[in-house]
Write a protein that binds this ligand. Structure first.
Ligand SMILES: *Cc1c(COP(=O)(O)O)cnc(C)c1O
Length: 364
């Protein structure tokens, strides 16, 4: 009664579309369960079309990909104190690193296994991980030393943009280019310089360098409100639906759901949809979101609850089993993840990564 349809063909087509928009390699970001689309299934699909590289945030996510038998190039960049670098190296997972301490840990793991393939990250302004510019020469010197010792192989150098404005992103690009030159002066050379995520991939060709890292665009969604994925031929890969499980007639003045935010204005029909905030339907979207039922949009006027929400459909005829589309493809008249995100005061990324709960994922 709750379905998350994942169109793997759309993801494959989106990957090819993104490839066609750039001369750079395309790294597919499948972190956070492939943004809620199913990390293993998505990774297998991308492997079948020879993805250039896969990426996760955590090494643990990357390990799950290897455990599923997926052999594509793969990297991860977010590590905790007790990260098991040795098994990452054994499983040929490339490691993103920002610190001398991290390099030393990886080198000692590599001494017991084989040389680690690494990507060094520099902070060009975002203030998350990545070496601070003041620390960059020390990080590079350490990496060069470890490469000479045969413990690491420098594969990539990367950074991440803030997407604040075109000017801010171009400033970061300039900082990145100077950090890469500095690294080169110090003897560090890399196969891949990578900076752009989906937003910059679609908007700023100058940022593509040797590789782009795409996430949200791969799933056919807009990286920001000013960048329509559909205008690039990208197609949403997730469609979320439920079904009517209960229908009843009530008189005027009947309260509906917690807090009686909605009271019926006239005798009407109420229909119950078993998709609640436990499934990722944002409670805060009450009064703002709408869903599609029998070809018509209905606003969610009554409080979204844990297991369900209720629609007031007036005199329209609705029966148990009728499909309710929560979001899907605008081209088919369906609400979009973007619309639901707007209703909830958030972004589509948060909507798709949090959809789940008791809803079943079905792959096409
Ligand atoms: C999540 C992430 C991406 C992908 O971002 P999108 O905006 O979804 O394309 C790329 N790079 C890094 C470092 C990330 O954390």
């Amino acid at each position: 009664m709750r379905t998350i349809e994942i169109n793997l063909e759309a993801i494959a087509a989106n990957y090819k579309t993104l490839k066609s928009l750039t001369d750079a390699k395309v790294m597919a970001t499948v972190k956070a369960d492939a943004f809620g689309h199913g990390m293993i299934e998505v990774s297998k699909k991308l492997e079948s079309i020879n993805v250039d590289m896969l990426a996760t945030a955590d090494l643990e996510e990357a390990q799950l990909i290897r455990a599923a038998g997926i052999k594509s190039p793969l990297m991860a960049w977010l590590h905790g104190k007790n990260t098991d670098f040795a098994s990452a190296i054994k499983n040929d997972i490339q490691i993103g690193l920002s610190t001398v301490g991290g390099l030393e840990l990886v080198a000692s793991a590599a001494a017991k296994t084989s040389p680690a393939k690494i990507h060094l990250k520099v902070d060009t302004g975002l203030g998350r991980n990545g070496a601070a510019l003041a620390d960059w020469p020390k990080v590079i010197a350490k990496a060069v030393e470890l490469e000479a010792a045969g413990l690491v192989k420098l594969v990539g150098v990367f950074s991440h943009l803030s997407g604040t404005s075109e000017k801010d992103d171009m400033d970061q690009l300039a900082v990145f280019e100077s950090a890469v030159s500095k690294a080169s002066e110090l003897g560090a050379n890399f196969e891949y310089r990578h900076l752009a995520a989906s937003g910059a991939t679609l908007n700023y060709k100058k940022t593509h360098l040797d590789m782009v890292r795409v996430g949200i665009a791969l799933y056919g969604l807009d990286p920001n409100p000013d960048t329509q994925a559909a205008s690039f031929g990208l197609v949403p890969a997730m469609r979320v639906s439920s079904e009517v499980v209960f229908v009843k007639q009530v008189p005027a003045g009947h309260g509906v759901s917690y807090g009686y935010l909605h009271k019926t204005k006239a005798a009407t029909t109420l229909v119950l949809v078993p998709f609640g905030y436990a499934e990722g339907m944002p409670r805060i979207a009450t009064g703002k979101a709408s869903v599609l039922l029998n070809g018509k949009r209905y606003p969610i006027l009554a409080r979204v609850a844990m297991d369900q929400f209720v629609l007031d459909v007036g005199s329209d005829s609705v029966k148990v089993g009728d499909e309710v589309v929560i979001f899907g493809d605008a081209k088919k008249g369906e609400p979009t993840a973007e619309e639901l995100a707007d209703a909830a005061g958030t972004i589509n990324y948060e909507i798709v990564t949090r959809i789940g709960g008791r809803a079943r994922r079905v792959f096409r």
